[in-house]
Design a protein around this ligand. Structure first.
Ligand code: SF4
Length: 393
């Protein structure tokens, strides 16, 4: 039996799909190179944006015409569940992956150990799932439930195994790693101390509980990239989003991080056009962008999601204006990222080859390289810099 996985959404979903794939392979299935060739189609859905749900539904209807068995998993609101129940064969929660046996008709009962993952150059290890924060625009606490942290011993064992098998970057993954219940800075240090040559990264953090202890642990573990989602540069909008910090405290944290880890690459997540976001609020976001000088930003135009608190607010910003704000922020980002990337010019740095002609830096930047062996670290000299990457050619 051959399977094909279609993944929508965030890194957590991508990580779950990788694990799902390993699990299926361990149970005798093989991966198909296309939907057409597969017997079983797994759709790992994301409900964060209505658009993603609609896209998944359209895709499933298209696959249905090919008379395939379709299973659905991922972030799913109850109201969407009803809608999908009519068009797929089976819906399962990712943590109940062993239920898939009902579909793959295996008698052997398997209790997956958050199902095993096959090593790659870059491996994501979920350290926790769910979220307790209830940002007003977000469905994650409803679809993934409350925070559940995995035990440190389990995570360390998994990291150790992956490094031994050749993983070169270990990403510790959670919706909000800072609220990991067994001390996240300690976990970072323990993973960092594992033998073997690898880089350590993590994603994602909430600014409200980003501690000094964590900054120190990052420095000790030589982490040179941080995603710290600010979502808006305006205190009034942050309040409406139920993000319990203000821009002053966010900037202070960034200042400390930059002082402790000079040259750190910073990225953020932003929502433009949140209900009630006026030009004056948006100008504060632009100001923040210029002040921080991000290396990367994931800029999203607000779209209402049923089931969230923000859905009760009037969507006041027109699609045209949202697009305009997105463009304005992207233009600032292009300038700040270019300025940061130019600092690499002429320097010889260590990179990890991820594709024949592409490598990644420890600061999570892509760099063009001469054809090289995938999965190897190498030293290269940076000769060109643009906003969205580097080159050594
Ligand atoms: S912190 Fe907020 S945005 Fe992130 S997953 Fe939790 S509720 Fe959603």
């Amino acid at each position: 039996m051959r399977y094909f996985i279609i993944t929508y959404g965030c890194q957590m979903n991508k990580s779950d799909s990788e694990r799902l794939s390993s699990f299926l392979k361990d149970n005798g299935l093989s991966v198909a190179s296309s939907i057409k060739e597969a017997d079983l189609i797994l759709v790992n859905i994301c409900s964060v944006r209505q658009k993603a749900v609609d896209r998944a539904e359209a895709k499933i209807k298209e696959i249905k015409k090919l008379k395939k068995t379709i299973c659905l998993t991922g972030c799913l609101l109850d109201k969407d569940r009803k809608r999908f129940e009519k068009i797929v064969d089976f819906i399962f929660k990712i943590k109940d992956v062993s239920d898939l046996h009902k579909v793959i008709k295996k008698k052997k009962k398997i209790i997956p150990d958050y199902f095993k993952i096959k090593p790659d150059q870059s491996n994501f290890i979920p350290i926790m799932t769910g979220c307790n924060n209830f940002c007003t625009y977000c469905v994650v606490p409803y679809t993934r439930g409350r925070e559940i942290s995995r035990k440190p011993e389990e995570i360390i064992k998994e990291a150790e195994y992956l490094i031994k098998k050749g993983a070169k970057i270990i990403w510790l993954l959670g919706q909000n790693v800072n609220s990991y219940e067994h001390n996240f800075p300690e976990l970072l240090k323990k993973v960092y101390q594992l033998p073997g040559k690898f880089w350590l990264q993590f994603i994602s953090s909430h600014p409200k509980d980003f501690s000094e202890e964590l900054i120190k642990a990052m420095k000790r573990c030589r982490i040179n990239y941080l995603n710290l989602p600010v979502q808006s540069g305006d205190d009034e909008i942050l309040k409406k989003m139920n993000r319990p910090y203000n821009i002053k405290s966010y900037k202070e944290k960034i200042k400390k991080i930059k002082k402790e880890i000079p040259g750190i690459a910073l990225s953020t997540d932003i929502i433009v056009g949140f209900p009630g976001e006026k030009r004056k609020h948006f100008e504060n976001t632009k100001k923040l962008f210029k002040e921080i000088g991000y290396d990367m930003a994931y800029i999203n135009k607000y779209s209402p999601r049923e089931g969230t608190e923000a859905n009760l607010l009037k969507d006041t910003v027109s699609p045209k204006e949202k697009k305009k704000r997105e463009r304005e922020l992207t233009a600032i980002l292009a300038e700040t990222a270019l300025k940061n990337n130019k600092k690499y010019l002429g320097k010889t740095i260590e990179v990890l080859v991820i594709e024949k002609n592409i490598a990644v830096t420890k600061s999570n930047k892509k760099i063009k390289i001469n054809p090289s062996e995938i999965g190897h670290f190498k030293k290269i000299k940076v000769t060109k810099a643009c906003s969205w990457g580097l080159s050594s050619l």
